[in-house]
Design a protein around this ligand. Structure first.
Ligand code: NDP
Length: 278
């Protein structure tokens, strides 16, 4: 089984660079999907309160027989948890759903700057971190200007910023800012929700190196230094997406994929997104 490299976060915690995402996996299929990913070799699962499937992630890990401490698990604060008490309570719920005493990484899912106070939410995240029940805290979908505001009013630097990034959205301004401030970048929708599979440039590179377009794209992320967690409910793809460590892209291939950037998002714009569920 391939060894997945780890990345050292700014507080010394190590995170596997390749994980498994469970967004849009129905709750009743999540335990099985998680078990499959663990069987294939993944040791990092990315979920969120909003996905409604934390319980399945916890069950899948327990069913697998793999010791809890060998699997890195991330969850994210739902957008409707605003007050300090709501943030603290919802973290307790996350631990209860997962059946864990401690979480590896907890993220603020969206800044929601037009409708909420993300600095206040971050202060509640700092309290959770200080309690020792989470090994690292971070943010998701934060632009550099959101991070600057956070730095000005709070103590703990986010360990990661999980942002949309793939060949059609390089997101290099945010990635560079993250790197300059010792914040690890995690790239969500790493294969642009499957769109890269039909790309002529990526397909040509894939044929040349004897890999698939998804593998070439995931390898491009790994070589850029970002953390990725492709999602799939299809076992053969879960295996395919894990098989990234027996080849390397040369500079020309890296540049050709980077050159596909056209600022195209598959999801909401963090500067305008303001969705708060009931
Ligand atoms: P991905 O880029 O991972 O694409 C997933 C889609 O691609 C699915 O339809 C899947 O199909 C298909 N697919 C997977 N592997 C292959 C392959 N090898 N060949 C062809 N098609 C493939 O998108 P996601 O949006 O799921 O992003 C990944 C993870 O990022 C999420 O699961 C979640 O953990 C996180 N995320 C975070 C967000 C945030 O705001 N922080 C927002 C969105 C995602 P199938 O399952 O049918 O096999």
């Amino acid at each position: 089984m391939a060894t997945v490299p780890t990345i050292r976060l700014n507080n010394g915690v190590e995170i596997p660079q390749l994980g498994f995402g469970v967004f849009q996996i129905p709750p009743d299929q999540t335990a099985e999907a998680t078990r499959t990913a663990l069987e294939v070799g993944y040791r990092h699962i990315d979920t969120a309160q909003m996905y409604g499937n934390e319980k399945g992630v916890g069950a899948g890990i327990r069913d697998s027989g793999i010791p809890r401490e060998e699997v890195f698990v991330t969850s994210k604060l739902n957008n409707n948890r605003q007050s300090r008490d709501d943030v603290l309570r919802s973290f307790d719920e996350t631990l209860a759903q997962l059946g864990f005493d401690q979480l590896d990484l907890f993220l603020v899912h969206w800044p929601l700057a037009s409708v909420s106070d993300y600095v206040a939410r971050w202060k509640a995240m700092e309290e959770i971190y200080a309690s020792g029940r989470v090994r690292a805290i971070g943010v998701s979908n934060f632009q550099p200007h959101h991070l600057r505001n956070l730095f000005a009013g709070t103590e703990v630097r986010p360990a990661v910023n999980q942002i949309e990034a793939h060949p059609y959205l390089g997101n290099d301004e945010a990635r560079t800012f993250n790197a300059q401030h010792e914040i690890a970048t995690e790239a969500w929708a790493p294969i642009a929700k499957g769109r890269v599979t039909g790309d002529p440039v990526i397909t040509q590179i894939a044929e040349r190196v004897g890999k698939t377009p998804a593998q070439v794209t995931l390898r491009w992320h790994v070589q850029r230094g970002d953390v990725v967690f492709p999602k799939s409910v299809t076992r053969s793809r879960v295996e395919e997406n894990f098989d990234l460590f027996d080849f390397e892209l040369d500079e020309a291939a890296m540049a050709a994929i980077t050159g596909l950037d056209r600022g195209e998002r598959t999801g909401p714009d963090p500067d305008t997104f303001a969705y708060i569920p009931d």
